[in-house]
Design a protein around this ligand. Structure first.
Ligand SMILES: [Zn+2]
Length: 284
């Protein structure tokens, strides 16, 4: 069902590594903004997030949105946009049919406007928590309202209004946190989605299988792979950007436990620097 799965990088931002994981050194490093391309046999071209885009510079020119790029200094050039990278893969932006939005932080949605025909898929919870945010309040939540296309509401499908997936819960296998749903994005079991709130409210993870490999894209529920492997928390300063620290801890522990018991599943944090090499090793 999933015919192609590509890991792409749509720019990077600089940040102090220690803030994201207290066991890491106090060093400024580049955090790649990964996004993902999927070709589904029936649903066509799909993106999971978009990374940065030219709109980032346009929309963060003036105060208070300019604060966003001061807080997370950016390294991005035109050819890194999702639109350009898809063109190199032979996919026209106008042919992308779906964009799954894990959450509404700028580095995940800056490219939405480049895809005029895409249907957006996200959690209602995530959208509801940003839809009225403007100015400083928006920036504080990592959200830039100008990244959303004007017709966003006409084109969005909320996970909560679609089908759910009956998880066969075996001792070690539980994708959703206890008491929560697994959403079946297309109703065919090919893309499953679970709530991993904390980093952002309603932040979703996406689970899929590609070439006999089970893959769980966890977005920013951990900043790097060591984060979920060791269940290690950000520092106090890093916590400031979290929407809900308690929820973040709960989601991270859930992923950590899952990873321990299901070592065959490749778990992918969106900003982890190991991801590209892991992907190349697995699939090329
Ligand atoms: Zn984020």
């Amino acid at each position: 069902m999933i015919e192609q799965f590509d890991v792409l990088i749509g720019g990077a931002c600089k940040q102090v590594e220690k803030w994201t994981n207290r066991e890491k050194p106090f060093k400024i490093i580049q955090f790649p903004a990964h996004f993902f391309y999927i070709k589904h046999s029936k649903k066509g071209h799909i993106l999971i997030d978009t990374g940065y885009s030219d709109y980032f510079f346009k929309e963060t020119k003036t105060f208070p949105y300019s604060l966003y790029r001061k807080i997370t200094p950016l390294s991005f050039s035109k050819h890194e946009s999702a639109k350009h990278q898809l063109e190199r893969l032979g996919v026209k932006a106008s042919d992308v049919r779906y964009i799954f939005i894990t959450h509404f932080h700028g580095d995940h949605i800056a490219g939405l406007k480049d895809f005029p025909n895409a249907i957006f898929i996200c959690s209602k919870k995530a959208y509801e928590s940003v839809k009225n945010l403007v100015g400083l309040k928006a920036v504080r939540n990592g959200f830039i309202p100008g990244f959303l296309p004007k017709d966003f509401l006409d084109r969005v499908k909320f996970l909560e209004e679609g089908p759910t997936y009956q998880e066969k819960v075996k001792n070690s296998w539980r994708l959703a946190k206890p008491g929560e749903f697994v959403f079946d994005v297309f109703g065919d079991g090919s893309l499953l989605s679970v709530d991993l709130s904390g980093h952002a409210n309603g932040q979703m993870g996406v689970y899929l299988s590609y070439r006999n490999r089970n893959i769980w894209l966890i977005a920013d529920a951990a900043w790097d792979s060591d984060g979920y492997r060791k269940n290690s928390m950000p520092t106090r300063l890093g916590r400031l950007v979290l929407n809900n620290y308690k929820e973040f801890k709960r989601s991270l522990l859930h992923i950590h436990d899952f990873a321990e018991k299901n070592q065959d599943v490749w778990i992918v944090p969106s900003h982890c620097r190991e991801v590209e090499d892991q992907w190349k090793k697995m699939f090329s």
